[in-house]
Unconditional design. Sequence first.
Length: 471
Amino acid sequence: MYKPSRGTVRAVILGCVIAVFASAAHAERQVPQTQTDVFLSFSPVVKKAQPAVVNVYASRIDKRPRNAIFDDPVFRHFFGEGGDGRPGGPSSHSLGSGVLIDASGLVVTNYHVIEGMTEVKVALADKREFDAETVLRDQRTDLVVLRLKGNEKFPVMDLGDSDALEVGDIVLAIGNPFGVGQTVTQGIVSALARTQAGISDYGFFIQTDAAINPGNSGGALVDLHARLVGINSAIFSQTGSSIGIGFAIPVNMVKIVLAAAKGGGHQVRRPWLGASLQTVSREIAESLGLDRPMGALVTDLSAGGPAAEAGLRRGDLITAIDTQSVDDPEGLGYRLATKSLGGSTTFTYLRNGHSGSATVKLIPAPEIPARDPVKLIGRSPFAGATVINLSPAVTDELSIRGASEGVVISEIEEGSQAKLVNFQVGDVILAIDDKPVKTTRELEAAVGRYHTYWKLTIARGGETITTMIGG
């Protein structure tokens, strides 16, 4: 009896897998029928997708006067070639990848690829280079949309549906790892809806074992129809190189950011729920009579907000949005963020052991009170910080927890007193010398007065902090 060699068996098995997943002509996945089927390749997928994947080169040149001490060889020996304590010294560089998603030259990449950079260049697969300008930055999703400065029609990649992905589907990662040049790697979807990666505010990632390395950030994760299903963003690694755990932002989130950019907006406006949510622990699940942790528990509601108007109450457990299951608050946030403004969506919830539904309006968070931005000057600890009034819109935009009113820091000038004091964007100033601060103008007046010392109460990351600073 014929006994095939181990190598032959391995080749046939691999060929079968490729043929099953690569066949777009059959509605159902089938085993290969001919020898030609066995030797199918990913090459047609790569040829269709690769022209739309680009390399992104970002740089920043610091134009501040340079101290002569930075050129001292001894100083440079201890503090590095930059010599001024800033990463890369007077100039910094970043390397990443991107995807062309509109023939006019719109490119999607990661926000962290160009963060803090002032000049961006994009190189196409055919080696042509173009200057690029920023159209929209969305730090909350770690996405940015660029526009190439070139009057021509660019190759684009079709957008897929990340909700149609299944664990085990074959995917390709295309990017520029370590700057070696455009590279293609292959793997499978290892997991979906990863919400604890800690990469962005909307944690809901596609996990893949396709090799992703530094430089792949912003590159394409594509299916076997050469459609974009995700933007490669991060890896889990203790060495800095791929160990088979990579994360990609689902393309359905990319679509929302892209629509905002095409609409001429400078920021993404998303639906507002008007509710605080809590993860369901095993103990909470048992108290609710559940056999496992699931859903997002409503712990607080904003008066007049969409959730309250829809009839949701504290203690309700939201389990689905438009029939799509919700496992935790991060998953709910993602599902809601991928909805377009206008109309409504249906929430399924459990209340006292009984299932119910609520129709929630898809409206943006209100900006009441108005921001009224003020840049603080003088000799106060806040000098160099720009502050705005806290509103539901600002709370949502800056992911603020633990404060419903006050004044929040929105920007901090580099090298300023506020930076030295270690204030952070998103800090909410609640009180100075135990006197509540409710508006930017009240804070401006307070910092204009002389203080021998400052007693400050701020909210940061859901915690209230009181500290003393000398005047």
